[in-house]
Design a binder for this molecule. Structure first.
Ligand SMILES: [Zn+2]
Length: 427
């Protein structure tokens, strides 16, 4: 009897977690037909209307193995094996490969001065352009007149300098860090756009991958295709090959209603995975990612990580979280694409939130065209790795670092003493 009650309670909690996840994952209710949960079996269909045979089915007890698959197999191997329809139908050698991958134990054998030892963190500094030619592709160029003075900078430089500081803070305490791009103006391919265009092998690879992801050109110009598809997908591919414990994607926002003009507003926000729109489960690769986010802890952990970082944006940087209801004009921009999770945290189905196989926070630290931030960000008194930058950027990196420390502590990866010590470091 007692065992039955325990099992029943376990099943109820399993269901409510799944319900919460579905609310965040699905923006358009039409998508609900793709998935079916019955008697502890989850089934996903290629077409929500033709329910003769599920494309993939998984039993509750197989979920840990399914989760492990994403840290063992490459996206291509996952894509190919998913076609078997069930984990138990995977070839023996593939199943053994997943099963025998040793469990990571993050809490053992750390030296006291390196409490982040064994923790792998990927950082993706958003965009890449640093000249007007690149900015045409990237479209992330800030040029605003403030008190009679012209202020110009690139979001790509802000994100890169933040990433470089964050990397150095994390490495100081023993973390292993991977960064998707290293040099100003160069994309994740480690080259300028003009050089990439001459590299036929790289172009061919990107176009071939397009068929694997079943993407269409849609209305993209080729330049736009490079930035949004080739470069972004390459970032996800490199991050997944690194198998990080968490991923930070760094961006800086603008007040769109004051585009090209200074703004009095300033908000921070963080995107987590989810919010699949009406036509966003048509492709198999997208359904695989949807199933991953539904079955694994990646979504919950992304929200926890984002909560901790958002708290630091608010308290340390003094940039408040973007609330759900601010004023009528802001809401449609987000409600069209996003599911609101909590103040400052929104689910959005961006290429990177969908394709990266780890807990993640896609941060939009502040409004670049806010009056104070324009002054802060153009006051280049600091230098990191040969790049001139501002105290504000160093502060942005510190806020990310403190947030990561609080998340790792909440997950039990670092102890109380280490947490207190790391949160005291002023860098
Ligand atoms: Zn951006």
């Amino acid at each position: 009897m007692r065992k039955k009650i325990v099992l029943l309670l376990f099943f109820i909690s399993f269901c409510s977690v799944k319900d919460q996840r579905l609310k965040i994952l699905i923006h358009d209710s039409d998508l609900a037909g793709y998935i079916e949960i019955e008697n502890e079996v989850i089934q996903i269909y290629a077409n929500p209307k033709k329910k003769s045979k599920p494309e993939f089915r998984i039993k509750k007890e197989e979920i840990p193995l399914f989760e492990k698959m994403f840290s063992v197999l490459s996206p291509r191997e996952i894509f190919q094996n998913y076609s078997h329809g069930e984990l138990s139908k995977f070839p023996d050698d593939v199943l053994n490969k997943i099963k025998t991958e040793s469990e990571k134990n993050l809490t053992t054998s750390k030296s006291p001065d390196k409490p982040l030892e064994g923790i792998k963190i990927a950082i993706d500094p958003g965009h890449f352009s640093m000249d007007s030619e690149g900015a045409k592709i990237d479209e992330r160029y800030m040029s605003v007149e403030l008190d009679g003075e012209k202020i110009n900078f690139f979001e790509a430089d802000l994100s890169l300098a933040t990433a470089k500081y964050l990397k150095s803070f994390l490495e100081k305490y023993g973390s292993e860090v991977f960064i998707t791009r290293q040099e100003r103006g160069k994309s994740s391919y480690g080259m300028f756009y003009e050089d990439w265009l001459k590299d036929l092998e790289k172009i061919k690879n990107c176009l071939e991958e397009r068929f694997f992801y079943h993407e269409e050109f849609k209305n993209h110009s080729f330049e736009n295709f490079y930035a949004t598809n080739c470069d972004i997908r390459n970032r996800a591919k490199m991050i997944n090959a690194f198998h990080p414990d968490l991923t930070i994607i760094i961006h800086f926002n603008v007040d769109d209603f004051r585009n090209g003009l200074p703004s009095d507003k300033n908000y921070s926000l963080i995107f987590v995975p989810g919010s699949f729109l009406a036509d966003e489960l048509r492709n198999k690769m997208d359904r695989i990612q949807f199933l991953r986010l539904f079955l694994t802890s990646h979504l919950q952990d992304s929200i926890l990580l984002s909560e901790k970082i958002e708290k630091q944006f608010n308290e340390y940087l003094k940039v408040p979280p973007l609330p759900q209801k601010l004023e009528t004009e802001i809401i449609p921009t987000y409600t069209k694409h996003c599911v609101f999770v909590q103040d400052g945290i929104w689910a959005r189905n961006l290429s990177l939130t969908r394709l990266v196989h780890s807990p993640l926070a896609y941060t939009e630290v502040l409004y670049q065209n806010n009056r104070e931030e324009l002054k802060n960000l153009s006051n280049l008194t600091e230098e990191i790795d040969g790049m001139k930058t501002s105290k504000r950027i160093k502060g942005a990196a510190t806020a990310h670092f403190y947030g990561i420390v609080e998340y790792l502590h909440a997950k039990g990866n670092i102890d109380d003493v280490s947490k207190e010590r790391l949160l005291k470091d002023k860098f």
